[in-house]
Design a protein around this ligand. Structure first.
Ligand SMILES: Cc1cc2nc3c(=O)[nH]c(=O)nc-3n(C[C@H](O)[C@H](O)[C@H](O)COP(=O)(O)OP(=O)(O)OC[C@H]3O[C@@H](n4cnc5c(N)ncnc54)[C@H](O)[C@@H]3O)c2cc1C
Length: 462
């Protein structure tokens, strides 16, 4: 049960973006009463918890680059300043990204780095540099057994992104949550927001059966204002402002209100593997300038194959997580609808599909790493979550004049931008047109709006 009946702001969703929004909102305005509601039993248990939690500032669009770069810098600063974010393991571990590039993409990636004017820190690798990559076939002759399609493109070079690695998502969401709570934000878990409404405001006229407002009221300045957030347990709270950061499930509560986000959720999956092939990959020291100041050695980076398949090293557990962005084999949309059902039965492990490792992952990896299809690779686990795609692969920030803000459209890179997006949402609540970023400078909020959107298509979605 919430402790009050009325809050200045209610935030729906305690994923990375929701908790970062709560943190920046209360930092800016300690006097506000803020309630964060989440269907799960703790922060970061939606797609944030299912994610690979990789971070990078190598993007083709300037907006994604600057939002991610600023968030990474903030995560790094927190880790440097706080012992509990360094031990027992670090919040941020930058071991690099290695793109294995076919000729058709090599020049494009070099151009992206060049255009950044030094803002993207990356180095190139030649084919000779890549020969030490354990088991890598640079020029595969076929896709897989019995298939006579033209062979996959040969790898003609590599790009090593240096300001890239991973963040610990649980640590990150707990950091924001604990700090926000310390500053007075209230969290309500195990509670589903089922409905946002205008009910209970005397000045607003509602249609009798639907409880929706008459449209003429939107033209009467200041008349129409959100009023109530209703939960699945029958309780509700009053408020003047709602920030919806409900990730892939945002549309479920926004569509009934008449709000369109232009974003669509797509299921995505990860698989953890172990075995002798994994061991030999984890031992590889790529021929790049080491990022690790303590050990002074380079380590297996996050690897991206020309097919889009990716490998994430998990050094402590001696595993690799394998993924591949999927936009064809599953219908668009979430399987759950919290607004309709009054519950959010999302479970990342139940969503996982072990069979898809053979059907979707192996064909994308084995042409380049034939050893993947041997007993040297053991499938340990499979799980899934959602990417909430915007049309261009950049975040969306919209505000309805009646007090509802949506922040989302992560397009598969929301954890790495969460800090910046939280700053943007907080500035939007304040009625500002720009938000200061952690790295300095300010970011114009309407670049991510739908009506004045000013972004380029993102070409690097992993
Ligand atoms: C397999 C996979 C790999 C990924 N890899 C990366 C990566 O490497 N790097 C990266 O940056 N991103 C990655 N992502 C994307 C990343 O997970 C998202 O960008 C990020 O989690 C978005 O954060 P969020 O807070 O918007 O959403 P979520 O973390 O999903 O949070 C939304 C929250 O809202 C709650 N909620 C929803 N509806 C309601 C309701 N009606 N009532 C109450 N609560 C509600 C949910 O319980 C959930 O906790 C990956 C995603 C997947 C699935």
């Amino acid at each position: 049960m919430p402790s009050k009946t009325k809050y200045d702001v209610v935030i729906v969703g305690a994923g990375a973006i929701g908790v970062a929004s709560a943190y920046h909102l209360i930092q800016n305005h300690p006097e506000l009463s803020v309630l964060v509601v989440d269907a799960r039993s703790g922060p970061g248990e939606g797609s944030t918890g299912a994610s690979a939690a990789m971070v990078r500032d190598v993007f083709s669009s300037w907006d994604n680059h600057v939002l991610a770069k600023s968030a990474i810098a903030f995560y790094r600063r927190q880790m440097e300043e706080r012992e509990d974010l360094r031990t027992p393991f670090p919040l941020l571990d930058l071991y690099g990204y290695l793109w294995l590039l076919p000729e058709s993409h090599r020049q494009e990636y070099l151009d992206i780095v060049r255009r950044s004017g030094g803002s993207i820190d990356a180095e190139t690798l030649t084919v000779d540099d890549l020969r030490s990559f354990p088991g890598l076939d640079l020029s595969p002759r076929r896709w897989f057994e019995g298939d006579d399609a033209p062979p996959p493109e040969p790898i003609t070079g590599g790009l090593f992104g240096r300001n890239c690695g991973t963040v610990a998502p649980e640590m990150l969401t707990h950091f924001y949550c604990d700090e926000a709570r310390r500053l007075g934000v209230e969290f309500l878990f195990d509670t589903v927001v089922q409905r946002l409404s205008f009910e209970g405001r005397e000045e607003i006229l509602l249609h009798e059966p639907t409880q929706r407002p008459f449209s003429f009221q939107q033209f009467m300045k200041g008349r129409l204002r959100i009023s109530r957030v209703s939960f699945n347990d029958g309780h509700s709270v009053s408020t003047d402002s709602v920030i919806v950061a409900a990730g892939a499930w945002s549309n479920a509560i926004l569509h009934p209100l008449g709000v369109a986000t232009a974003c669509s959720a797509r299921p995505q999956f990860l698989f953890s593997i172990s075995g002798s092939v994994v061991e030999s990959l984890l031992r590889w020291e790529p021929p790049v300038r080491p990022l690790d100041a303590i050990e002074g050695k380079s380590r297996l980076p996050f690897v991206i194959f020309p097919t889009g398949a990716t490998l994430k090293p998990i050094f402590r557990q001696r595993q690799i997580w394998v993924g591949c962005v999927d936009t064809v084999s599953h219908p668009v949309g979430t399987r759950e609808n919290p607004a309709r059902d009054g519950r959010l039965e999302y479970n990342m492990l139940k969503m996982g599909d072990r069979d898809a490792f053979a059907t979707d992952i192996l064909p994308a990896v084995t042409p380049y790493l034939p050893a993947f299809d041997t007993a040297g690779v053991r499938l340990e686990n499979a799980w899934g979550g959602y990417y909430n795609f915007s049309p261009e692969g950049l975040p969306v920030l919209i505000e309805e004049p009646y007090g509802v803000i949506f922040i989302g459209g992560d397009s598969g890179s929301g954890v790495m931008k969460a800090d910046s997006l939280g700053r943007l949402a907080a500035a939007k609540y304040d009625g500002k047109s720009e938000a200061p970023l952690f790295v300095g400078g300010s970011y114009r909020l309407d670049r991510l709006s739908l009506d004045h959107r000013a972004v380029e298509q993102e070409k690097i979605i992993l």
